[in-house]
Design a protein around this ligand. Structure first.
Ligand code: AMP
Ligand code: DBH
Length: 567
């Protein structure tokens, strides 16, 4: 394995204006604690408690054992330090970026902590990201390493790594080193090992107000965007979320959604559990059967789900008697939960529903555990912080009257004011005074709770996974015979939305191949991430024109969404 070459520092990231930062410090939201400090403090406090139960990539891949392993906080600490040391021995230096792409296993945890302990900045990629996205994440941050688990989810990550590394090399960039976590780690630390402190990558007056990690946005234009979050802002959102969600040392948190997602990481998620010395149970697959078994075996008290998953739980639970006495809270977020589904959760699953409407850019809203049932079932809650500023505006940017729908704009202690390296998108995604334009249509109720009622952004939300329509359209335009391409969210009772792709032209799939299979395989070969592949393809010879001869992509989207919903 080649050692990483020395990487240039990140491009400067403007700190949040001092006027706001000083207020957030004074309120105690921003502390001087960095991620390595936080991790060491937690590991020292909770030594013998069980930190995590789950599969180990080293036992499971490429063989297919499903034996679970359990780590105490002490063991997790040892593994995290070994991971940090391993990264250092491969040339990863403080301030370097590390692309993390791991399934829901114990190594997800040890390597995430390990990257921080090495003083490096993780980029939280998902197992479903493919060459195009990975090239973008690694290329635009000059990542020093890409950590993956070969064979996980039946995927040849090494081949994907080779594909996009070649692209980077062709562009004159240095690809990251490959770190396959299915390989054994050296099992002792040298005596000289000391964890590293992060380095300041910009001029924020306090070290903890520097960028600590990159989350990823579903995006509305082009590829997923990189979201730079600081030590201070992310840890504040984690601590405050742990309070709101009443996480304690007794909490047993089942991790079903992809671990690296912002919801799963921080709302209050893996980090909120870690902060309180709770236990994490990693589900090896997302089926309700597996989750129910794990809940019974490990006394799980809380879980975070997207709407389609909670529906599959309800379906299974109505088919056979259910006993999940330990389960207290079911969080649902990422996409709109229908009130009719929300109402069934308490009675059928015997746990309190908590709705969560968040975004990797920052703002997270929760219904509170003691809210009345109507609020819990019909709203997506209210923000974490009394310093989260929310505006609901019309198309001219003027605030709408209370009770009317408008676009949600937000600014606050843990919401970014710019994406990394995306100047064009930044001009449209943020207002001049630093509010993030969420692209979500909401109604704000007089009690402060918000209701998500739609969106104005060009995005498809497929079971909580966000797909920017223009990335799919741009790639589809490269297919032979295609003159125009329009991506559409098709309403779907299971997934919320499916991905429809309208292609205009004379498309000729090879003999015997269905258009959908052909289009999917062509797009996959071009490196499109799996979760962005179309579910349905419509081929038209030309676009329908309005009476005045105009093509309205917006009307076409609406028409198809109506005609083909749920089919
Ligand atoms: P991202 O910016 O990629 O992290 O995705 C965040 C987006 O997910 C939000 O702006 C909403 O569009 C959507 N979202 C998250 N939670 C909910 C929810 N509970 N209900 C409706 N939409 C949601
Ligand atoms: O969808 C999201 O991005 C999301 C949902 C719930 C999120 O980032 C979060 C909670 O923190």
């Amino acid at each position: 394995m080649n050692a990483a070459t020395r990487r240039p520092p990140l491009a400067p990231i403007a700190p949040i204006p001092e006027e706001f930062a000083s207020r957030y410090r004074a309120q105690g939201y921003y502390t001087e604690q960095t991620f390595p400090d936080f991790i060491r403090q937690v590991l020292e406090s909770y030594g013998d408690r069980t930190a995590a139960v789950g599969l180990s990539t080293r036992r499971t891949y490429p063989t297919s054992s499903t034996d679970t392993v359990s780590w105490t906080y002490r063991e997790l600490g040892e593994q995290a330090h070994l991971a940090a040391h391993h990264l250092r021995s491969l040339g990863v230096l403080p301030g370097d970026r590390v692309l993390l792409q791991l399934p829901n296993t114990l190594e997800y945890l040890s390597y995430t902590l390990g990257v921080f302990l090495a003083g490096a900045l993780p980029i939280f990629a998902l197992p479903k990201h493919r060459a195009r996205d990975l090239a973008h994440f690694a290329g635009s941050t000059d990542a020093a390493a890409h950590v993956f688990a070969q064979g996980a989810e039946q995927t040849d990550y090494r081949q994907i790594y080779r594909d996009y590394s070649q692209q980077l090399t062709d562009q004159g960039k240095t690809p990251p080193v490959a770190v396959d976590v299915t390989q054994a780690l050296p099992n002792t630390l040298p005596d000289s090992w000391v964890y590293d402190t992060p380095i300041a990558d910009r001029s924020a007056p306090v070290l903890s107000e520097n960028t600590a990690l990159f989350q990823l946005s579903g995006g509305t234009t082009g590829l997923s965007k990189l979201i730079p979050r600081t030590h201070a802002d992310y840890l504040y959102s984690v601590r405050a979320s742990a309070d709101i969600c009443e996480v304690s040392g007794e909490t047993v948190n089942l991790v079903v959604l992809p671990a690296a997602h912002n919801f799963t990481m921080s709302s209050p998620g893996i980090l909120g559990s870690f902060y309180r010395g709770a236990t994490l149970v990693f589900a090896h697959d997302p089926s309700p059967q597996t989750s129910f078994e794990l809940i019974k075996t490990h006394g799980v008290t809380q879980v975070s789900l997207v709407p389609p998953l909670v529906q599959s739980w309800l379906t299974l639970a109505t088919r056979r008697p259910l006993e999940l006495p330990s389960l207290k809270v079911i969080q649902v977020g990422g996409a709109k939960l229908a009130p009719s589904v929300a109402e069934r959760i308490g009675p059928v699953l015997g746990a309190t529903l908590q709705q969560v409407a968040g975004m990797a850019e920052g703002l997270v809203n929760y219904t509170r555990l003691d809210d009345d049932p109507a609020t819990i079932c019909t709203t997506q809650g209210r923000p974490i912080s009394s310093d989260d500023e929310l505006l609901v505006v019309d198309t001219q940017g003027a605030e709408v009257e209370a009770g009317l729908a408008g676009e949600l704009l937000t600014r606050g202690p843990y919401t970014i004011r710019a994406y990394y390296g995306a100047q064009t998108a930044n001009r449209t995604s943020f207002t001049e005074d630093g509010f993030y334009r969420t692209g979500d249509l909401v109604i704000r109720h007089p009690d402060g709770n918000i209701e998500m009622v739609g969106r104005i952004k060009d995005q498809i939300n497929r079971a909580g996974e966000k797909i920017a329509t223009d990335e799919l359209e741009d790639l589809a335009l490269g297919l032979e015979g295609v003159q125009d391409a329009i991506a559409v969210g098709l309403p779907d009772s299971q997934l919320g939305e499916k991905i429809g792709l309208v292609l205009v032209g004379q498309l000729v799939p090879p003999a015997g191949q269905q258009a959908l299979a052909w289009v999917r395989s062509e797009l996959r070969q071009r490196g499109l991430s799996d979760f962005k592949l179309p579910d349905r393809v419509f081929i038209l010879e030309k676009l329908p024109l309005t009476t005045v001869g105009k093509i309205s992509r917006k009307d076409l989207r609406a028409q198809l969404a109506r005609e083909f919903s749920d089919s």
